[in-house]
Design a protein around this ligand. Structure first.
Ligand code: NAP
Ligand code: G4F
Length: 379
């Protein structure tokens, strides 16, 4: 059974001065002076750089690598509000002598800052997770998605070449690339047929990763991850939208939940387990591409049954379909065959579909109980 979301002491408040300046370098800032000091002090540790560290996977991967004694660096976007909520529990003030998590301002749309950060940090492993990752949103902002989800990969690979960095590289590829599936189940050999600007951008990122591996001998691997969820999943992805609504309906804070296509089927796993597969790929002697999946598929409707059923509710009393959430082109069915990851990496999923739905509902119930006055709109 998967464990519930941790709720530890959030530690010291994060302030902008805590983050090093990636782009542009701010002379005299904490960043300029602390990075070399850190390098000297912690040079015996393996060093990882994560783009997208503030996201669902980035936060789990940072935890995982810290537990393996890595020094972990993450790129975060400048924003007018803090976007580090998923990291607060593992963040320590950089003045603390053993702080091994370092955050740097930067943007994967800006190659000059990527070059500066890679040069400054000199990581052994680069995990590229940053992306505009919402499929429905990619239809509204296709060009931006192409830039941030597709081209950012070549920006990082080029920055690695330019800085002559001999680091290993992980590309967060996606089952969304299979789109209108050409084979069931999908393997590393199944042809891609993307059905969204997001999927098309990920196909570019996948192939440019393969191309840099073959052209320049880089240790660059693609993890083709099928949908993976958790209590840290963004609130507008379907599983989290459902579990959050279940908690709010149970607490009497809302009555209805509006969704799109309930018949779409996905291979849903637990995100916390999937980040280990990313790490395992970079520990192999040779780079390669791997499917990471559970091998089971379930419809959105089945997730509704599991999530509402967990608290004794019938989803049919609460769910309505709103065509606003339909996509111009849908991916009807995804189911992955992760045999290669199992045999070569020794990776396999542990949390079942029903356990995943339950642990997400339980975490959202806890979150609602912790904030009883919050009557904010559903996403
Ligand atoms: P997520 O929660 O949406 O996180 C995306 C991350 O990218 C966030 O940290 C976000 O920062 C960052 N980001 C977006 N634009 C950026 C920019 N211009 N510069 C710097 N950072 C930027 O996604 P996730 O679920 O953790 O997924 C991680 C990666 O795996 C993504 O590439 C996704 O496409 C891919 N993937 C996900 C799944 C899945 O089921 N979760 C499956 C296959 C592949 P903010 O916090 O500031 O927004
Ligand atoms: O939760 P979703 O938005 O995830 P989707 O589109 O499968 O994409 C996720 O998984 C990909 C891996 O295959 C990642 F690469 C990607 O970054 C992202 O993490 O939607 C899942 C299904 C879709 O078929 C969608 O049409 O749920 C259906 N759905 C039905 N009602 C809905 C809704 N999706 C959302 N987001 N919101 C709804 O109201």
């Amino acid at each position: 059974m998967g464990e519930p979301e941790p709720n530890p002491d959030p530690g010291p408040d994060l302030t902008p001065a805590d983050f090093t300046a990636g782009c542009p370098a701010e002379s005299g800032s904490e960043g300029d002076s602390s990075a070399p000091r850190l390098a000297a002090k912690l040079q015996h540790l393996k060093r990882a750089l994560i783009t997208g560290i503030t996201g669902q996977d980035g936060s789990y991967l940072a935890e995982f690598l810290l537990a393996k004694d890595y020094e972990v660096h993450g790129i975060i976007r400048r924003a007018s509000t803090f976007n580090t909520g998923r990291l607060d529990h593992i963040y320590k003030d950089p003045h603390v002598h053993d702080a091994r998590l370092r955050l740097h301002y930067g943007d994967i749309a800006d190659s000059s800052c990527l070059v500066k950060l890679l040069y400054q940090i000199q990581p052994d492993e680069v995990y590229h997770l940053g992306a505009q990752s919402h499929v429905r949103v990619s239809f509204d902002i296709p060009e931006y998605t192409g830039d941030v989800t597709g081209l950012a990969t070549v920006r990082i690979l080029e920055a690695m070449r330019e800085t002559k960095l001999n680091a290993r590289f992980y590309q967060a590829s996606s089952s969304e690339m299979y789109g209108k599936v050409q084979e069931v189940p999908q393997t590393e050999k199944t042809p891609f047929y993307p059905r969204s600007p997001y999927g098309a951008a990920k196909v570019y990122a996948y192939w440019i990763t393969v191309n840099y591996r073959e052209s320049y001998g880089m240790h660059a691997s693609n993890g083709i991850l099928f949908n993976h969820e958790s209590p840290r999943r963004g609130e507008t992805f379907v599983t989290r939208k459902i579990t959050r609504a279940v908690a709010r309906i149970k607490a009497g804070l809302q009555h209805k939940l509006f969704l799109g296509n309930l018949d779409a089927k996905r291979d849903w796993g637990y995100a916390k387990e999937y980040v280990e597969a990313m790490w395992l790929m970079l520990q192999q002697d040779n780079p390669d591409d791997y499917v990471v999946a559970t091998g089971e598929t379930h419809s959105v409707r089945e997730f509704l049954e599991a999530a509402f059923g967990h608290v004794g509710l019938d989803y049919r009393d609460h769910v309505e379909v709103d065509e606003r959430y339909f996509r111009p082109a849908e991916v009807d069915l995804l189911i992955g065959d992760a045999s290669k990851a199992r045999t070569r990496l020794g990776w396999k999923p542990r949390t079942t579909f029903a356990e995943l739905a339950r642990l997400m509902v339980d975490a959202d119930i806890e979150a609602v109980a912790a904030k009883p006055g919050d009557r904010g709109d559903q996403p």
